[in-house]
Every structure is written in structure tokens, then in C-alpha cells.
Design a protein around this ligand. Sequence first.
Ligand code: GP9
Ligand code: MN
Length: 630
Amino acid sequence: MTKIKAGLKRLQFFWLAVLLLTVKTYILYKVAFTIPSENMLQEFLLLINPLSSAVLLLGIALLFKNRTRNIMVVVLAFIGTLVLYFNLLFYRFYADFLTWPVLMQTNNVQDLSGSVFELTNGWDALLFVDIALLVTLVVRHKVPVVPRLKREPAMIFSLAVLIFLGNLTLAQVERPQLLTRSFDRELLVKNIGMFNFHLYDAVLQSQSRAQRVLADSSDIVEVKNYTRANHKEPDEDMFGVAEGKNVFMISLESIQSFVIENDVYGEEVTPFLNELKDDSYYFENFYHQTEQGKTSDSEFLVNTSMFGRDSGAVFFTHAGNEYNATPEILGENGYHSSVMHANNSSFWNRDVMYDSLGYDEFYDVDSYEVTEENSVGWGLKDREFFEQSIPLLQEQPQPFYTTFITLTNHFPFELDEEDRMIEEYDSNSGTLNRFFPTVRYMDYAVEEFFNDIKEAGLYEDSIFVLYGDHYGISENHNRAMSQYLGKDEITPFDTTQLQRVPLFIHIPGHEGEIMDTVGGQIDLKPTIMNLLGLSTKNDIQFGSDLFSPERESYAVLRNGNFITEDHVFANNTCYEKETGEEAEIEACEELSPKAASDLEYSDQILYGDLLRFFEAENEGLAETDDENES
Ligand code: GP9
Ligand code: MN
């Protein structure tokens, strides 16, 4: 105890600086970044999360001797304050926190430097008051000059690590999978602190950068040959049927196919979608292929026809890559593209990633009027969201390609009493029980949206693609799920089959059909492009047109499990699809190499950022085509 006291006294100037930086960061969180907290634990995390990094940063000063050490404390505190200040300026402009890639993208910084004066505020000087105090103390020789102890820096750095681990443990209690899923910058800053967030971001970025640096243009040739060999020609009758039409991409949050044509105590869960089935192409064997990136992974899959990552979220780790995504290609073909989603633009790093995917516009939470009354759970209720989207749609140039991301049917599936149209289910899982009424509500919201679209005169000239983004009920609820499905247990076969999400392609004037081809989100890009009359023959893609007569029934999930016409390969076991019984492994072996190659080649493109070499290649191709013609 006395030792600790002596240590505190010896390093009193250092600890004073640590305290000031910590308190200042906390005040800034609350006043400038207005980070809300929902409970005491969150508030406590906000308060302590700057501590470990302050100790680490200012601890560097302890490597120096005598007076230099005190001067270094001041210099490092100043640097820390500058980091806070740059974030603050950036936040005033973008309502987001700085990341390394953003800092490297010069146009972003130029945007900012142009208006830097407008972003500053007289009160900002307060940020530097403590620095002035520290300087005064040093200049006036009020700070004792203490000799350097050999083991001191190491002890202080260990202390920083210990504090950080304590912080992280608490943060994981508050937000499980915080670092692996890395879903939102605000959440990260909230839980581990701004400085630690910058360190974390640096590690993440350097990992992906290393692979990018090692890649060169020859790497793309093999992948290109592979995907071109797997190309499937479109159905002649379907190619171009929706040429020039608007495209509504409607992402249905957390819905799974098992709710379609199903009921809870006699009440239909999705009456509208069940009806929509009758005059749409409905794909009953369509799988989501997402992992930890959840909704963002699904957005990536449907727009790029590439796989997301097996861990983490590609929207975060590879937002700076070159892509050849649907919004960009459609943009080159006279389309206006946008996303409508009433959430923060920084969630899933969408603000950055949407630029890379080539979207023209992102209508985020600021485009909507969100109040306590019209919100539930994660935010704006779906009905309100769709309603408020209509005027936004009307102001867009046509034809448009617009993605709508619903939100109400999101875990933990909260709903206001007035919006509950069917009863909850009764099982040991509150999650599954609540799931049905929120799905029912989403179904209602989509129905009303269709009515509004018709009223706004936007129906006839459009096509509608409605798809489930990912599962809503995880394996943690298997017991309740087996009760609902009337099964003894949920096997790996069942779990794989539960990854089916509904896909409707609704084309006004078409009768539609129940389609049994096995497919996944990765197939949507070529499917949509071909409907619009645009060939994807030369594109690098891992999916194929769902209407193509040449396509084989097949989907590989991100975890390597795959599904064919007759079999399901899950957890290294081959199952008969019809019965769910185990089959001879040979029955699945034929497609194993393809499943592995699809994932591997897609990863190569992603990690090597290989599509940056693609455009040049394509131009070369166009030239040779021309030459052949002349
Ligand atoms: C958040 C919404 C939900 O903006 O898309 O994300 P999820 O948690 O489902 O990935
Ligand atoms: Mn989702």
C-alpha cells in the first residue's frame, strides 16, 4: 500500500495529466459527441474507457529522464488532445469518428480542410485549458524532477494493459462479440474508448493492407478464368423483361422461410407475403450466406455476387476496395441508385461502403422524422419508414435502383401493443415467442408499402425483389424451435435448412411461379442484371442467374456447408435432403471442391483487392472485341 502511495506521489505530475485527459475525454463524449448511455454500466464504461489509453500514451514519457520526462508528459497530453480535437472536427462534419482509411482518402480530408474554419468554435479553446495548466506547472518549476526507475515504464504499460482487459471484459458483458463483429464505430468508442478504437482500427486495416500490397495484376487471371468457366447463360425469355424499370430491393429483417405459409395458433404469420407468392417468382430453396456482418453481409452479397468474410464484417475491413457492384454498373446504364434506411449512417460503416459500391445516395436516419412515438426497438417502425420513404422516392430520378432496409423485426423483437396483430408463441424462448408478432407486423408494413407505391403511380414501371437478410432465430433457441416445428430435435441438417430465407421477385404483369432451384443471396446480382437486360458474362461473380436453364441447383454457405438438389452437406456430414437422414459421404463429394473454390477465390479477390486490376483488363477485352469486329 505504502509502495502504491509512494508511486502515486513520485509520479504525481504524470497521474495528474492522465486524470485530466481521461476526464476531458469523458466530458467530450457527453457534450460534443453526445454519446447516450442506456444504463449505469454503459455510463461507467464511458467514464473509464479513456483511462487505459491515457496511461499507455502518457506512459511513453516515463521512458525519458529528468526534466525531459515532464516536458514529454505535456507533449503527449497535447497529442492526445489533438486526436480528440480532430475527431471532434470530423464529427461535426460527418457525425462519425475518424478511421485510418478515411484519413488516407485524401478527398475526404480535403472536404474537411476546406471548411475547417466553419467547423471550429470559440469554445474549442477549452479543450486546451488543461494543457496550458500543465505547461505552466512545468515552466514554473512546480513539478518535481524525479530520477528514472528502471522497471517503471514496464510496470506502467502493464497497468495500462490490465485496465484495458478489465474494460474489455465489462464491455463484452455489455456487448458480446464486440471486437469480432465490429458493427458500429459509436458502439466501439462507447465501449473501448476513442484511442483504443484508433489502435483497433489500425490493426484491422494493416492486416488487410498487407495482403493487398502483396497482390498483383496477374492474380486476377486465374480467378477470372474460374468464374467465366462457371458462367451460365440467361433464360432467353427472361433476359431483359424488366429493361429500364425501377428496382425495389426490399431487405426483410431477420425473416426465415419457415414462417411463410405458417401460423401461430391458427393465425397466419405472413398473410401478405403468402398472397404475394401467388403472383411472384417465389424461391423456396433460397439461402442467406451471411456471417457476423449480418445485414451488411447480405447487402454485400446481393450487390457484388461475392462472399463476405468468415469473421468480422467486410463493410468495415474492405470498404476501400474496388468493386464492380450492381449500383455502380446500373449507374453507368442510366440508373439512379440509393439506399433508404432509418439508422445512423455509420452503422456497419455504410456511409463509407456505399460510396465504394457506387450508390448515388443514402437516405439515413436524418432523412426521416423519428420520434419516440413512431419508434420501437432499434428505431423507426417499418410502417412509418415505408410511408416516409414515398416522398423521397418521388423526388428521385427514374429509373432507380433503391434498397430499403427494414428494422422492426430485429432481435429482441420488441413491438408496441397497438402493433401486435397476432399472439405471441408460447415456448421456453421469449425470443422465438416475440418473433412471430414482429414478423406479422413487418408483413403488414410491406403490404401497406405496396399500396402506397401503387397510389404514387410507381408500381407499373417497377420490379420488386424482396429477400430475407439473415436468420432471426439462432441455434440457442433450438428447443423452442423444435417445439414449433413439431420435431424431436434440431439436427445440423435442420439448422442448415433453417438458413433458408424467402425470396420474391415480383414483376407486374407476370404470373410468377414457385421456383425450387437451390440458390443464395450471391445469385441476386446476375439475376437482376439479366432481368434488366444487362449481360454479366464478363463480370467476376460467384453466383449465377436464378432463372438460367443452365444453372445447377446449388448454394454454399459462408461456413462451408452447402446444399444441392438432393443433398445437404453440414458439419462434415452428408444428408439426404428429402428425409434428413445421413447419406454416404460420396453423394456430397462431387460438389465439395466447387464449394471450397468458390469461397477461396472470392476471398482472394477481397483480400487482394483484385478488382482494382479488373477494369483495365476489361478495357483490354473491349478493345480486342472491337478489333475483331473491324
Ligand atoms: C442496422 C440494421 C440491423 O442498421 O441493418 O443490422 P443487423 O444487426 O441485422 O446486422
Ligand atoms: Mn439484419
